[in-house]
Design a protein. Structure first.
Length: 226
């Protein structure tokens, strides 16, 4: 996992590992993962997955898509859903579903899901009760949809995610880097992702390893909390 020995930074394109086996399970997300694993025995046609930015919603949604053979749709292009349905697809994912701007189309799409016996996974930062919905029929349907939450991570989970992010980028780091980062970074997985991206870019451009001095430089000079 974490290596303390000197390693060269390898210039590989970043491709996150989003498989079920790559999902890091912790107290903050285990209930959400269990609910995803219960598919297709969900209590209703739609489920809303909530969590802060970078909490792992996209990874967990990708796990469900593979399990259910679901299609991801852009919230602004729901009209293409009928083409997928005509080709036998019944299950769909929509990320940032709280950004609905065409409620009539969304309601029609939702009713199609119900009529076809399909399922719909929506991701958002907050549950539907806090969305600004003006179509009463749509609001009532979404407000009764089960909501599953990914909670705030603890230090152990943030450390594990940092290691995974570095490994996803083919960057090998020492445990001193993680120990230095944890008390100095903003306590969110979103911020962890931004930090790792900045460190990756700096290591590649400067042709150096990710070490504590490099971390210190990024924290001090690029606006991250220190």
């Amino acid at each position: 996992m974490i290596s303390g020995s000197d390693q060269l930074v390898l210039n590989f394109k970043h491709r996150p590992a989003l498989g079920r086996e790559d999902f890091l399970v912790a107290a903050c997300n285990k209930e959400a993962l269990s609910f995803i694993d219960e598919w297709p025995n969900w209590p209703g046609p739609a489920v809303v997955l909530c969590g802060e930015r970078g909490s792992g919603k996209t990874h967990l949604a990708a796990v469900w898509c593979k399990r259910s053979n679901a299609v991801e749709l852009d919230i602004g292009k729901l009209n293409v859903a009928k083409d997928f349905m005509n080709n036998g697809y019944q299950h769909f994912l929509i990320e940032t579903a709280d950004k609905i701007f065409d409620e009539k189309t969304f309601l029609f799409f939702y009713n199609q899901i119900v009529d076809s016996g399909g399922t719909l996974l929506l991701t958002a930062g907050k549950p539907p009760a806090s969305w600004q919905l003006y179509t009463l029929d749509l609001a009532s349907r979404l407000k009764i949809a089960p909501v599953i939450y990914i909670g705030k991570p603890d230090d152990h989970f943030i450390a594990a995610v940092l290691v995974k992010m570095f490994l996803d980028r083919q960057l090998k780091i020492g445990p001193d880097v993680i120990r230095y980062l944890l008390p100095r970074m903003e306590r969110s997985l979103w911020n962890a992702g931004l930090l790792v991206n900045a460190l990756d870019a700096a290591a590649l451009s400067q042709q150096r390893m990710v070490t504590v001095p490099l971390v210190r430089s990024i924290l001090e000079n690029e606006g991250f909390k220190d």
